[in-house]
Design a protein around this ligand. Structure first.
Ligand code: SF4
Length: 367
């Protein structure tokens, strides 16, 4: 056995036994490139997933209900300076109908996402009233847990949504390197974004954090993000490969393949084995799902119903209108991986236990 392989098995073994590892060791795992070593990492990540979740996978519908945004993120096609992009703002009834369709198809959660729509953010706190009322109506209609991803919400709005028992708040930093953050999210306060997550967590909501890979980050930056997520206690950790977007400052960035994203998924699984880690359909569509599940993901995100005029994030339309981002289409992929969708009550049990932090684990609930 080579020294490198010996070092790798030592780190992985310690992670599997829940022993602490150093940031440099996380960095070492993130830098793997030998196929045999990556295979060892992915196998360990699958074992870790199985230990907490068995073969069960959670399914998330994605509802991008307004593509207007006041911000100018360098990586995002929905940035306000992109005048070439057709935009939409869905009505309450369109949102409820799309969510009902997803619920009927068997998703466990609906992720309600928008840019920082000036129609909501510009009037100040009063602008959030219709948004909160829409979320309340939607929750009453579909009776599924909701994730809200509407940008950096004011504290009072987070308080209102927490009182409504909205389950999740997602507010992605994309990187925890302050300098890189400033180039990715110009004009948006790093600390304010962190503070919104902390506020939502203090209010009892579950928190999803997200990072991008392929945006000029170093292995140390990625390791810093993973350490930050573990120390913060995020409940769901997402990584997505950056897809260069036309009409943005990063349009000519060389695109990265999906391998690094899979390695990051596997490392996050080993460092935080008990949390949710998505395999997003948004980057490579259905064809990229198996690799991400094989790396240890346990949630499929960005399921989008066709014929509703709804967009994705990294790709405006990939696999949506040809119905390849539906529950029916992904079930055979789960089966190939030896996995199966969880029951809705299993997802509710997991979120409820996680929200009170003293409850039983997913497996103890009989999953
Ligand atoms: S990433 Fe979000 S906040 Fe930034 S420009 Fe895109 S939609 Fe707006």
């Amino acid at each position: 056995m080579s020294q490198a392989f010996h070092d790798l098995t030592g780190i992985v073994n310690r992670l599997e036994k829940n022993h602490p590892v150093k940031k440099e060791e996380i960095e070492y795992l993130l830098g793997l490139s030998d196929p045999r070593e990556m295979d060892l990492l992915f196998r360990a990540a699958r074992r870790a997933r199985s230990g907490y979740f068995g073969p069960k996978i959670f399914l998330y519908g994605f509802l991008y209900f307004s593509t207007y945004c006041r911000n100018d993120c360098a990586f995002c096609q929905y940035r306000k300076s992109n005048q070439a992009l057709p935009r939409y703002r869905k009505t309450e009834s369109e949102i409820i109908n799309a969510a009902k369709e997803m619920a009927g198809a068997g998703v466990h959660l609906v992720d309600l996402t928008m840019g920082e729509d000036p129609g909501v953010y510009s009037p100040g706190e009063s602008g959030f009233g219709p948004l909160v009322r829409m979320i309340q109506s939607l929750e009453n209609e579909i009776r599924l847990p909701l994730m809200i991803s509407p940008g950096v919400l004011p504290d009072t709005v987070l308080e209102e949504l927490a009182r409504e028992r909205i389950t999740w708040y997602a507010c992605y930093q994309e990187t925890h390197n302050f300098s890189l953050y400033k180039t990715l999210r110009p004009g948006q306060e790093f600390e304010k974004r962190l503070a919104a997550k902390q506020k939502a967590k203090d209010l009892g909501m579950l928190i999803e954090e997200g990072i991008l890979t392929g945006v000029g980050e170093s292995l140390e930056d990625l390791a810093d993000s993973i350490v930050w997520m573990k120390e913060f206690g995020v409940d769901q950790a997402r990584v997505m490969t950056f897809v260069p977007q036309a009409n943005t400052p990063m349009a000519h960035t060389v695109a990265q393949d999906h391998v690094k994203e899979c390695i990051i998924i596997a490392v996050m699984r080993l460092v935080m084995p008990e949390i949710l880690i998505p395999a997003s359909l948004d980057v490579d569509g259905l064809s990229g799902l198996q690799a991400r599940l094989d790396a240890g993901a346990n949630v499929v995100t960005s399921i989008v119903p066709p014929q509703k005029g709804l967009a994705g994030v990294a790709h405006h339309s990939l696999d949506i209108e040809d119905s390849r981002r539906t529950v029916d289409q992904l079930l055979p992929v789960l089966k190939t991986c030896g996995l199966e969708p969880a029951l809705p009550e299993e997802y509710r049990a997991w979120t409820a236990a996680r929200m009170d932090r003293t409850g039983p684990s997913f497996q103890q609930k009989g999953a």
